[in-house]
Design a protein around this ligand. Structure first.
Ligand code: NAD
Length: 428
């Protein structure tokens, strides 16, 4: 058990590499293994288009507030670009650029027929009323509607946005271009959304955890698991793992870490969180520790499912988990990645681990284009098949080249994008 005194520094106290530097570093490690020419690296890493727009919207008191909105379209060699829309005060062009390229590698490693993009607005949505959030979204669409569309760039929810924001986005875009729900995914189920989209990322994490454990010969009931974050991804991952007999001994959210060495009853935490505004604050069915304690617990499987850059050189040597599944985007920075590799900690990288969401977004887009609805069972089966195939490919690539799962995933992804670029002809 960790003592409160031993906690490492938290993300806000330490300095980080810029997000795009981390992504480029992982890209180059894989490109080195592939002996990729410098000119091809530059072609693949450089975004196709970066757009910064003014978003000026009316507050409820009549004031006009002006913020910046971004859309980065990284690559479309393998298909229309795909990527979420983030509303968060820390959003800037560098972060959006890094996340856009991660989407290119994520869609390539899972073999979805897409490229990568990302967007965001530098604002805290919690400070806005619902009407203000709607006006903000509609103003943003007014600025970028010409560069997004079902065959060019398809947004989706990300931090700070949800199915309602997707509905407003679609409605505003259709005012310019006519009916076409495939312009955006993550819509409400009754408004052309897909069944199973909400659970998809967390469920995907669970599916991949089962596959990974099988490969390393660990039984689920022997895999003590800790999950950082009990939001969309963390809570669905926890539910899937609990139902698959994993002892989930700790989960955390902003209010703290909740710990039971014999395993938590995730159904109780679910009901509590639902009734309590999606927060675990006040839950009494477990020992409560500071949130930071969770990362350093002695567990078999650690699932960071909250934020980026939570494991850095400042705390990597204190991580005791044997296996890490990166449910959040970029939870382990490159310096920590090297330290954890030396400690022989097995890491399933984000570009595969959290690809369940974009996979079901793809299913939503397919259904919209065919005007046909799938059952939840079909969505779940196809999700399992897509992720299982991707996992096996990455595992084999890692064994063949004797590289980490991260480098293997990047090697597969960037070689597919390279191949599509070459087949298109213009670049070579
Ligand atoms: P969310 O906002 O629903 O949940 C985030 C959770 O993390 C909340 O429970 C919050 O309390 C908790 N949290 C925040 N700071 C914390 C801290 N310091 N310690 C412990 N817990 C903390 O977000 P989400 O949709 O679940 O996304 C989580 C991560 O997964 C993000 O990195 C996101 O980019 C990534 N991701 C999400 C999806 C998706 O479909 N939602 C898809 C791919 C990647």
């Amino acid at each position: 058990m960790v003592s409160p005194q031993s906690f490492s520094k938290q993300p806000s106290e330490v300095s980080f590499m810029k997000a795009s530097e981390s992504t480029s570093l992982y890209f180059n490690q894989a490109a080195d293994k592939l002996k990729m020419a410098e000119w091809m690296r530059k072609l693949l890493i450089t975004p196709k288009r970066e757009v910064t727009v003014q978003v000026a919207f009316e507050r409820d008191n009549g004031d006009i507030e002006t913020v910046l909105g971004y859309r980065v379209q990284h690559d479309n060699a393998r298909g229309p670009m795909k990527g979420g829309l983030r509303y968060h005060p820390a959003v800037d062009l560098d972060e959006v650029r890094a996340l856009a390229s991660l989407m290119t590698w994520k869609t390539a490693v899972t073999e979805l027929p897409y490229g990568g993009a990302k967007g965001g607005i530098a604002i805290d949505p919690k400070t806005l009323s619902k009407k203000e959030l709607e006006r903000l979204t509609r103003c943003f669409v007014d600025q970028i509607h010409e560069i997004v569309g079902p065959d060019t760039d398809i947004p989706a929810p990300d931090m700070g946005t949800n199915h309602e924001v997707m509905s407003w986005f679609r409605n505003q875009w259709e005012k310019y271009h006519g009916f076409n729900p495939a312009v955006i995914t993550g819509k409400p189920v009754e408004e052309y959304g897909a069944k199973g989209r909400e659970e998809a990322t967390g469920r995907g994490v669970g599916i991949l955890a089962v596959k990974l454990l099988k490969r390393i010969n660990v039984r689920p009931d022997q895999c003590r698991t800790a999950i950082q974050g009990f939001g969309n991804v963390g809570s669905h991952a926890a539910k899937f793992l609990f139902e698959s007999a994993f002892p989930v001994i700790a989960v955390s959210d902003l209010s703290g870490a909740y710990y039971n060495p014999k395993g938590l009853n995730i159904n109780e935490l679910w009901s509590y969180s639902l009734k309590n505004g999606n927060r675990l604050d006040g839950f009494e069915g477990a020992e409560r520790l500071p949130a930071e304690a969770l990362l350093e617990m002695d567990v078999d499987l650690l699932i960071p499912a909250a934020l980026g850059d939570v494991i850095t050189k400042h705390n990597a040597d204190k991580i005791r988990a044997k296996t890490i599944i990166e449910a959040a985007n970029g939870p382990v920075d490159p310096e920590a990645d090297a330290i954890l590799s030396n400690k022989k900690i097995l890491i399933l990288p984000d570009i595969l681990a959290n690809a369940g969401g974009v996979t079901v977004s793809y299913f939503e887009w397919v259904q919209n284009r065919q005007h046909y609805r799938w059952t939840l069972d079909r969505v779940r089966q196809e999700l399992e098949k897509t992720l299982s195939d991707a996992f096996e490919n990455v595992w084999q690539q890692s064994a063949i080249h004797d590289v980490s799962l991260r480098t293997a995933a990047f090697m597969l992804a960037i070689s597919r994008v390279q191949r599509a670029t070459e087949l298109a002809g213009g670049a070579v």
